[in-house]
Design a protein around this ligand. Structure first.
Ligand SMILES: Cc1ncc(COP(=O)(O)O)c(C=O)c1O
Length: 463
């Protein structure tokens, strides 16, 4: 059965992942395809249907699929030295990878702690700042500030930091949560606000929250410099970055950029932070593209002065078994070699400009495209009922699920997810592998045009 044969959940065959389905999204109207092989920007399912990986999974497969050089590096490392534990030994792949990341990240990020993904890397950032303040005699600093909406991961602590009102019941009387301040949204704003005035409003709200809590009780402010699923790739204005840097410095609060999704070259620079040289964060958190789907890898970047200072006091006392597994480190090095060999960061900037222009042109034809935002090859496309009023589509229509299905029917694997119960709008991500060529962009756009045609027709019938 192909996705197009299935019209409603009642027609679907039994759950395809068996008991595993309970651990992942279960509310899919059509079953998820079972992928059997992948190459470059393409994926194929068990029935031979071909898809372009239009969102790189959840924005992870930056170097594309089926890269032989990376596969060889992984196999070679597994044969030579599969594992050495970081609490009892040191190894060269760890040293080499952290040196490489520090070099690519530049001044201010000389020390790099490795981990198994974005949530762990984010946890390392917050455990570090807490330990730093405790070790330097400021144990009263215990509050974290983050944006509403936002996403920082799926461990208990990072869920608690994420700005998602839908998690209200889950956290009621349970777990650690951060204090939320308004995200610097740029599209659907309260009446009478422009993006500029809303950025100013968000900065004032941050300052007010710090004053309310007491500046000496705050650890850090963490934010996504380009949003992911939670804001549909919102890019805050430069004045916002200057403002948060000034506020955090004045109160001696750490500024943390969560670049799990937007880092590692996706927006056209190795770190998105490099776009704001006068407002660099103290700590940067990375993951996703660093392992590019070949191995689970995260990294937390710190300035040498902080890490070296802490090492003279208590050191950093937390680790995980797989923090810096040799195979993962060898994978990360091979991935970064491919970034260099294929000039992927420059390609992300060039193809990002090209795709953005093509998608905006599509908006002339499909007025349900309300906004196209993002940077480089990280684009969010917002779907609306009315582009003038920016009124979202009816929740019962399930727009994010419907666009996924029309994508599948037209050979596009699209990542879309209703976040915060759809409160802030509905969007999907266009973030193909950074290897994408202009011809492949054209093919992606042809499939997206067909996807939008099918989706619009269904929306018009529903209305
Ligand atoms: C901005 C951001 N932070 C953190 C995470 C968590 O990363 P992981 O899923 O690797 O734990 C994600 C994942 O989507 C993310 O987009």
């Amino acid at each position: 059965m192909s996705p197009s044969d299935v019209k409603s959940f009642a027609d679907t065959p039994p759950l395809r992942g068996g008991a595993q389905d309970v651990f992942y999204a279960q509310n899919n109207i059509v079953p998820l395809p079972v992928i059997t092989h992948t190459k470059g920007i393409y994926m194929w399912d068990e029935n031979g249907n071909e898809y372009i990986d239009a969102s790189s999974g959840p924005v992870v497969s930056n170097i594309g699929h089926g890269n032989e050089r990376v596969a060889d590096a992984m196999a070679e490392q597994a044969r030579q030295m599969d594992f050495a534990y970081s609490r009892v030994a040191r190894h060269q792949p760890n040293i080499a990878l952290t040196d490489r990341i520090a070099t690519l990240s530049g001044p201010g990020y000389e020390r790099v702690a490795l981990s198994s993904g974005g949530s762990e890397a984010m946890e390392i950032a917050i455990k570090f700042v807490r330990q730093y303040f405790v070790a330097t005699g400021q144990p009263e600093r215990r509050h974290l500030l983050t944006c509403q909406p936002s996403y920082h991961g799926s461990t208990i602590a990072t869920l608690g930091m994420s700005g998602d009102e839908a998690l209200g019941d889950f956290f009621d009387g349970f777990g650690m949560t951060s204090h939320k301040v308004p995200a610097p949204l740029t599209y659907r704003l309260p009446k009478s606000h422009t993006p500029e005035s809303y950025a100013k409003f968000s900065l004032e709200a941050l300052e007010a929250k710090i004053q309310e809590l007491g500046p000496n009780t705050v650890l850090a402010f963490a934010m996504e410099p380009v949003g992911g699923l939670a804001t549909g790739c919102t890019v805050p204005l430069p004045a916002y970055f200057e403002g948060i840097r000034e506020i955090c410095s004045r109160h001696r609060i750490f500024l943390i950029f969560d670049e799990v999704l937007c880092g590692t070259g996706r927006t056209g620079k190795f770190l998105n932070a490099h776009y704001y040289p006068d407002a660099l964060p103290d700590i940067v958190v990375m993951a996703k593209g660093l392992g590019s789907g070949y191995a689970p890898l995260g990294a937390t970047l710190f300035p040498a002065r902080l890490v070296d200072h802490l090492s003279t006091l208590t050191g950093f006392n937390f680790s995980h078994t797989y923090n810096a597994s040799p195979i993962t480190c060898a994978t990360g090095l091979a991935v970064l070699d491919e970034y260099e060999r294929l000039s992927l960061i420059d390609n992300a900037a060039a193809m990002g400009d090209y795709l953005r222009e093509r998608v905006w042109a599509l908006a002339d034809e499909f007025p349900i495209i309300g906004d196209v935002r993002g940077k480089g090859l990280l684009l969010g496309i917002e779907l609306v009922a009315d582009p003038v009023s920016k009124e979202p589509m009816a929740a019962q229509f399930l727009p994010t699920e419907k666009i996924r299905i029309h994508g599948l029917n037209n050979g596009l694997m699209i990542y879309s997810r209703r976040t915060a119960g759809g409160k802030y709008g509905d969007w999907f991500l266009l973030s193909p592998p950074l290897t994408i060529t202009r011809t492949e962009c054209d093919e992606l756009m042809r499939r997206l045009m067909n996807t939008m045609t099918g989706f619009t027709k269904e929306w018009e019938e529903y209305e």
